[in-house]
Design a protein around this ligand. Sequence first.
Ligand code: ASP
Ligand code: MG
Length: 411
Amino acid sequence: MALVVKKFGGSSVATTEKIMSVAKRILGEKKPDDKIVVVVSAMGDSTDNLIKLAEGIDEEPYKAGYSRELDMLLTTGEQVSIALLAMAFQKLGQPAISLTGGMVGMRTNSVHTKGRILGISPERVHEELDKGKVVVVAGFQGVDRFGDPVTLGRGGSDTSAVALAGALKADACEIYTDVDGVYSADPRIVKNAKKMREITYFEMLEMARLGAGVMQPRSVEMGQYFNMPIHVRSTFTDKPGTIIREDYTLEEKDFEIRGVAHDQKVAKIAVLAVSNTPGIAHKIFAALADANIDVDMIVQSIRNIDKNITDMVFTIALDDLPEAKKVVDKVAEEIDAGTVLVEEDVAKVSIVGAGMLGSPGIAARMFGALAHAGINIDIISTSEISVSCLIKGSQITEAVNAIHDEFFPDK
Ligand code: ASP
Ligand code: MG
């Protein structure tokens, strides 16, 4: 007997036919006493469509004030898909029950639209499994201490699934998606990207943080926290995918870097002519933090030593731009800074790999690949296991391919 948590994303449950095939596939693989928990996303583009509805009320539904109602709205998406999938199981003769985030004891903080899981008390799930039911759970949602629905950020169903698998002490956690694993670069833009058999939490977390769309970063953190291996695999085939785990178990280590990630959903803000005195950076970034806006790359450049004036340049998620611009404009006025410039045609390309720790020269090769392709680097940032460059948004495909060719040449 095995307790398995399986997560199916929006494209896997986009129509009732697809929902029916998901149910059939699961039952086809299920051994009689297996316990199955299925976490699902909203059907197809329905989360986007719900956001569009909200935009019919206000062009900027993500601005402060609406976030609770936005969560009330967005959580309906997953409620539709869990009900239909539970019905599909029943139609096939398999007892099943659908449960919302609240019903599975998924407790979150109250940061609407970007909630974090505080704890899970999945007694109800165990009870229903013990009755022989397949339990279908709404991803992407939990409830806060008031009982209000809170969503976990876009793509949050992955996090729901991994956290639930951890809390249930499941034997396996499988994430079914429209790609068949994790690749050395986005296979949609790099033709010869290579599928990995395994990747460590540490590296996957960095890949995800830097834009690799396969998994929501928090889901990987959850996997690491619970030491729950995550199997990322295809909805459409039964080939093995990629296992995200603590350490490599296979001899697949002939790589210098693990992958190339990219992120086009970034924006750059430059606060010009900021006084070079203590407390200025704190004012800008504390205001952004108060608005719950993550700042990524930060550069403070000294452009005029005499005048003691600098420019403060940083990047944020594109979605946060309208709110961030307002926050920064206000601070800029308070600190008597110059113009606040905003640039949306930027993208970030990164290389990731634990192996680069002891290998000087890796970053230089990345810069070389970009230089050969005639791509200018705007900002550079590094972490222990990654190097990132901010470039022009329109050059991202070329950039990712150039860097991938450098580190993963076709043999
Ligand atoms: N339906 C949500 C979204 O589109 C959550 C998810 O798909 O994981 O972001
Ligand atoms: Mg989705």
